[in-house]
Every structure is written in structure tokens, then in C-alpha cells.
Ligand binder design. Sequence first.
Ligand code: GLU
Length: 277
Amino acid sequence: MVRTRFAPSPTGRLHLGHAYAARVARELAMERGGEFLLRFEDIDSTRVRPEYFEEIEEDLAWLGLRWSGIPIRQSERLGAYEDALRKLQELEVIYPCFCTRREIEDEISRMREAPQGPEGPLYPGICKRHSSSDREEKIAGGLPFSWRLDAGKAAALTGALDFTDLRQGRIRADPHLLGDVILARKDIGTSYHLAVVVDDAFQAISHVTRGEDLLSSTHVHRLLQCLLELPEPIYLHHRLIVDASGRRLAKRHDALSIQAMRESGRTADSILAELGH
Ligand code: GLU
């Protein structure tokens, strides 16, 4: 059974870019007699506002992008992310990181050739060098820490991995692309990468559709799926909707929110038709 999902963060109203993402997911499911689900990625409690849950549902329903079942909320699934983290800990592919942002920046500026990722410098591995007694001492002393993936160890364990993208075909996963990413943040105990992988499996998502800006994340997700023994979904990384000057849509584009367009008299059909091109 084909199952897709739309996974917005309730940190703002939906705009044209979200409508496109939701439509891509829903159409893929509908074309194949499948199901389209909704998931709220609301783990970052500092940015979530409660009214957006309902408003997002309202916007989707108005657009005619109906979903099946009751939407899940990541904030209610923290136990599942903890279990996954524990499993990664048992595999010894994660390590605690005590660094502050400042310490990381200082280390990077001291390095002659800091490792680079698609979005800037990668974590330079400071806390990977601690001995286990060092780590225990810091933890016992109450120093806050995040958990980072040890990309090298993880890749050694999984061996070579690939994933399928419906537009680009088979892609070799590069486990080092994002370096030793954070899998559990100091403040929220999890991360986008960990939660999305756990939940796509939990919701039995067969086809993960998302913007092409997240293609680099998929490399890490494939690694996590293998480590956590979760099924491998098929991917579709779709293009992004951009504004007149080519910038991807964001919260600053209030005029392009679905609500604003609806209030200005636009119909759902005209909005969806515009997205088709
Ligand atoms: N919550 C993510 C976003 O708003 C969706 C990520 C995904 O589809 O994997 O972009």
C-alpha cells in the first residue's frame, strides 16, 4: 500500500510552498490508490504555537487536500525517539557533545581546513576525542550535552547504502555529507533527523516526498534506517516554490500564505492550478 505524508511544523501558517508539498504527497498516494497522512513536526517547543495546528488543518481542508486518520504529533512520541537513541547508544555510533556554539565556531576558525558540508562547516569532532572517563565526569558534573552521530563508526557498521529517488533514480548514500550531526539536542532530547526516520517507519510511509533542499538529509536518514533496522522508503525530492526573485518561500512571505490568498478572494482551485506550472 502506498502511503505518503505531509509533515509541517506548526510554527506558522501554510504558504504556497507547503501547499505544493502537500499536493505532491497527496497526489502520489491518490494516483496509486494509497493513503495520505498528516504529521505535525512540533518537537521544537520554543517555536511552536498551539493555534497553528488547527489553522494548518483548516488551510489543508480548504485546499481540498484531505488526509486519512488522526494526525500524529511528534511531541507525543518522545518515548519512541528515546528508544531509538538508546539503540544507537548500544551500537556505539553516537557520542555526547558538550560544546557550545561558540566553542565550535572558535575551533573551526582555528582549523586550517575545516570540513565543509552543503550548508557550511561541519562539526569539527571536538567531543569525539574525549575519553570515556572524561565523558562520565562531565555528565556526572551536570554539564548539558547533545548526542551526535559518529558518522565514521556508523558507516563502518552499515557498509555501503543507497536509496531511490523517483526523479533521480538510485543514489549512493554519503554518510559523511552532514558530518557528525546532532541526533538529540540538549534542550529537546531529539532532533528532526531522528524523529522523522522513526515516524516515517511508525506511520508505514512507503514514499517520502519532500523538498529538494532536504536531499542532503536523506543521506543521513538512510544510514539511521539501516542502524535502527527500519524499512527503506522510496523518496521523491520535489522542486521548491520560489518567489519572484528566486528565494524559497518562508514566513516573511505573508502575502503568499494560504489564508491571505483565501481572504483576497482566491479560490482553492486557482491556487492549486498555479502550483501545477
Ligand atoms: N517538517 C519538515 C518541513 O517542514 C518536513 C520534513 C520532511 O518532510 O522530512 O520542512
